[in-house]
Write a protein that binds this ligand. Sequence first.
Ligand code: RIB
Length: 294
Amino acid sequence: MITVVGSINMDLVVDTTIFPKQGETVLGNRFETVPGGKGANQAVAAARLGADLHMVGAVGEDGFGQELTNNLKAEGIHTQYVSTTTKAATGIANILLYQNDNRIIVVPGANGLVTSTEIDAAKEIIEQSEMVILQLEIPAKTVQYTLNLCKELGVPVLLNPAPSENFDASWMELISYITPNETECADIFSGDLEKTLEKYPNKLIVTLGSNGARYFDGKEHIFVEGFKTQAVDTTGAGDTFNGALAYAVTSGQSLKEAVRFANIAASLSVEKFGAQGGMPTLQMVESRLGGQSL
Ligand code: RIB
C-alpha cells in the first residue's frame, strides 16, 4: 500500500503556437480542463500500475473539487482522507502548452489548507503504508510534520521536491528517496552535481527529462537511459516517474530496475494530452519492454 500526501488541482490548459509578449493578446488553439496536481498525478500513476493507493489532501466545496474527487475514485484510489473545505476554492494550475513544453502557474487554494489535522486523521493508513510520497505543493509545515511522523512510524518516504522553493535541507535525514529534476537539483544543492550525488548514494535520483535519470550507487555513477518517443504533452511526466518509481520499489524491484521501469512509464505518459491522460497500466509498460528484463 502507498499513501500520497499532496496537491489536487484542476489543470486549465491552453495550447498555443504564439507566445504573447508582455501586454499583447494572441489567439490560442485549444483550451481544456483536465485533472492534475502533482500529488493527485503521482497517485494516479501508481494506482494505474496496480498500487493500492490512499490519497491525503484537500479540495474546495465546488464543482472542480467534486470532479477531481470522482476522478480519483474512478482510478480506484481511496479518497476518505481527501477533505473538502469551504475556506478555499479547489487548487488550479494555469498551464500554457507552447512548442512541446509547458509553463505552469499553480494557485494552491485548498491545497494550502492541508495541515497536521489531515495527516493525523490518516495516521492509521500512513502507518500501514510501504511508502509515503510527498511533493511541495502543500504547506512546508505539513511536509515537515508528515516527514516526522513517517520517521517515527518507520515508513519510507519518497519526496519529489517540486516546486523546489520551499525545500528544507534538514529533510534529507528524513527521506529515503528524493527526485529533483536538474533545475530543482541546482536550486536545492549548490555546487558540483557529481559530488552532491556522491553525498547521497541510492537516495538522490536526478531526473533528466527524455534522457532518463542518474544516481550514485555507493561505488559508481549510474545513468539509466530514457526511452525516446514522440511527445504530445510532457505535463505530468515527472509525476508518472515518481508514482512508477514508488510502485516499482514497493513491488521489490532493485533501485536500478525501478528507475528503468519509471523511465518507461514516463515515456508512455507524454504520448497523450493531459497530465494523467497518458499514464500507463502495468501491461503497457511491460509491452514497451517487449520481453526484455529490466
Ligand atoms: O507536474 C504537473 C502538475 O503540476 C500539473 O498537473 C499541475 O497541476 C501542477 O501541479
